[in-house]
Design a protein around this ligand. Structure first.
Ligand code: SAM
Length: 330
């Protein structure tokens, strides 16, 4: 018997269909324009995603990567609140709905889902794509502008993925404060750049000030131990490249690593990881070097050697972004 398709597979095959009817050159030039716009990193006064070609290109080019980044963040969050399943979800600046797919991939079952965005063409395509996932078919796609007047329904979970960089400082503050007032848990994901990390730290501070505790990636809710300007906390999610990717970027790599920064914060009782692996582990002969962010608010390198027995075996299998020591399988 065939296993049911995963959300990732369904998303991939649905996105392949989205580009049908769009001439490849048009899709590639829409992607190039979007990349240039996003590189600008400045708040915009009007939606960047203007028409169907823009959103089809965005969805085909970026959605698999934003989906994987949000899914990785949600998995770390779910590990910290193992008995919890969100009863409702609001995705702000949701665009074509990558985070709704990531939530559906993390927690089985159906829940009320609301996607808010100011770009009507993005909402329309998101609704169309969601038609191929049973848990997302009933989602509500609503036009809303992020700002001081943003009104949110009460919800268990708010996601905000790859949105903060498009907002002014006052709008970022308004968004995080509105999310903290409406939700029990908030997961925010940004690009894994120094600027993305800074926006995450700013949001993290606001969530803590609103009474939330950090569930992931940090092992604590104290200030981040990274000295500003010296480094940035980020992780990587592996994404298979689509044919559009290969067309735009050239080369024949089958995958690339999407770098992202995130914070998952909650009012629920949470058990953050005892420590988080914050760099790719370095495997040497007979030893593994792990760079850890630890519960005592320190960044530390630890060396795990063969003498550590089972822990050494575990260290050879862990990945950047995992908890340390690894969580037991349940
Ligand atoms: C880079 S896309 C991310 C989309 C989606 N969250 C994802 O992870 O793939 C940024 C989204 O934020 C939306 N956005 C930007 N500024 C906004 C604003 N002021 N009000 C509402 N939506 C906004 C854009 O329309 C776009 O859909």
């Amino acid at each position: 018997m065939n296993a049911p398709a995963s959300a990732a597979d369904t998303l991939r095959s649905t996105l392949a269909g989205v580009l049908d009817g769009l001439p490849p050159r048009q899709a590639a030039s829409a992607v190039e324009r979007l990349i240039a716009n996003y590189r600008g990193d400045t708040p915009t006064n009007a939606p960047i995603l203007r028409d169907r070609a823009d959103v089809a290109a965005y969805a085909a080019y970026r959605m698999p990567a934003t989906f994987e980044a949000v899914r990785a963040a949600l998995e770390a969050f779910a590990d910290a609140v193992p008995a919890w399943v969100p009863g409702s979800h609001v995705d702000i600046g949701g665009g074509t709905g990558a985070a709704t797919w990531a939530v559906a991939a993390t927690w089985d079952g159906e829940r009320p889902v609301t996607v808010l965005d100011w770009a009507e063409p993005a909402l329309a395509l998101g609704r169309e794509i969601a038609g191929s996932h049973p848990a997302l078919r009933g989602a509500e796609w609503r036009r809303a502008r992020i700002g001081a007047a943003l009104e949110l329904p009460e919800t268990d979970l708010v996601t905000v993925s790859y949105v903060l960089n498009e907002l002014s400082e006052p709008d970022r503050a308004a968004l995080v404060e509105a999310a903290a007032a409406a939700a029990r848990s908030v997961v925010i994901v940004e690009a894994g750049t120094p600027a993305g990390y800074e926006r995450i730290i700013e949001a993290r501070d606001r969530l803590i000030a609103a009474g939330f505790r950090v569930a992931a990636p940090c092992p604590h809710s104290a200030p981040c131990p990274i000295v500003p300007g010296t480094d940035w906390c980020h992780f990587a999610a592996r994404v298979s490249r689509s044919s559009l990717h290969r067309q735009v970027k050239g080369g024949s790599l089958a995958y690339e690593d999407e770098k992202f920064s995130y914070v998952a914060a909650t009012r629920l009782p949470a058990e953050p990881a005892p420590a988080r692996i914050v760099r790719r582990p370095q495997i040497r002969k007979g030893q593994v070097l792990l760079d850890l962010c630890e519960a005592d608010e320190q960044l530390r390198r630890t060396t795990v050697t063969k003498r550590h027995g089972d822990l050494y075996k575990a260290a050879r299998d862990v990945e950047w972004g995992d908890a340390w020591p690894p969580l037991g399988d349940d």
